[in-house]
Design a protein around this ligand. Structure first.
Ligand SMILES: [Mg+2]
Length: 231
C-alpha cells in the first residue's frame, strides 16, 4: 500500500445520491406541471424516458459530441418525445426548475459524512467531477458536503473531462503533489477508474451494485465504510 496524501472523490453516484435526488425532483415536477395532461401517461414512463435520454446525452457530453448549453436545451424536449408527450407543451421554466430542484436535494450515500470525517483527519480530500460548476457547488451545499473538501475540480473549470488524464494532472499541479501520493474514488469505470489509470493514480472502484467490469481497479468496495479498512 502506498502512502497517500490526497484523496480525490467523484461526486454524483459516489457521495451525492444522484438517483434518489433526481427521482424525488422528477416526481415533484410530474405533479406540479401536470405532465399527465401533456401526454405522458405515468410517472414511471416519464422516469424511464428521463434515464434513457439523459444517459445518452451525458455519454455524448462526455465524448464532446454535445456541449452544456445544448444538453440542457435538448434534454426535456427529447424526454417528452421519448415518453410520448407533446414537447411543444413543455413549460419554459422546466429545465431551470429541474436543475434547481435537483441540486437542492440533500440525499447522500450511506456513511458519506462519516467516511469524510474519518478521512479528513488523515488526508487532504478533494473532488474531481465532470459536472457543471454551479450545480455541483449547489449540490455539495444542499447535502452539507461542502465543508470537507479543499479543492473542487470540475470539467467546466479545467476544460477536460474524466477519463482525460489532464483533469487529474490539473489537480496534481494545483496541489503541487505527485500521482503516487493520490488516490481516486469513484463509481464510474469509464471515467473515474480509466481516467485515474491514465494519470497513474491508484483507484478505488465504488461498486455497490456488484457490476462486472473489464478494468482492474487497484481496490474495489461496495460500501463507503470499507474505506476505513483501506485507508
Ligand atoms: Mg459518478
Amino acid at each position: 500500500m502506498k502512502t497517500y496524501q490526497h484523496i480525490f472523490f467523484d461526486l454524483d453516484h459516489t457521495l451525492w445520491d444522484y438517483d434518489r435526488n433526481v427521482t424525488e425532483s422528477l416526481s415533484e415536477l410530474y405533479q406540479i406541471y401536470g405532465l399527465q395532461e401533456l401526454g405522458i401517461p405515468t410517472f414511471e414512463k416519464f422516469f424511464a424516458s428521463f434515464h434513457a435520454v439523459n444517459f445518452q446525452l451525458w455519454d455524448w457530453y462526455n465524448v464532446g459530441k454535445i456541449d452544456k448549453y445544448n444538453l440542457r436545451k435538448e434534454r426535456f424536449p427529447r424526454i417528452f418525445e421519448h415518453a410520448g408527450g407533446n414537447s411543444e407543451a413543455i413549460p419554459a421554466a422546466f429545465e431551470e426548475d429541474f436543475m434547481h430542484r435537483t441540486s437542492s436535494k440533500p440525499h447522500v450515500f450511506p456513511y458519506s459524512k462519516e467516511i469524510l470525517t474519518y478521512l479528513k483527519q488523515k488526508y487532504r480530500i478533494h473532488v474531481i467531477t465532470n459536472g457543471f460548476n454551479e450545480s455541483q457547488a449547489k449540490k455539495m451545499k444542499s447535502a452539507n458536503l461542502d465543508g470537507y473538501f479543499e479543492l473542487v475540480v470540475t470539467s467546466e473549470t479545467t476544460g477536460f473531462k474524466k477519463p482525460d488524464p489532464r483533469i487529474f494532472e490539473y489537480a496534481i499541479h494545483q496541489l503541487q503533489t505527485q500521482a503516487e501520493a493520490c488516490l481516486m474514488i469513484g463509481d464510474n469505470p469509464a471515467s473515474d477508474i480509466l481516467g485515474a489509470q491514465r494519470a497513474n493514480i491508484d483507484q478505488v472502484y465504488f461498486n455497490p451494485e456488484g457490476k462486472v467490469i473489464d478494468l482492474q481497479p487497484t481496490y474495489e468496495i461496495s460500501h463507503l465504510q470499507e474505506l476505513e479498512q483501506l485507508l
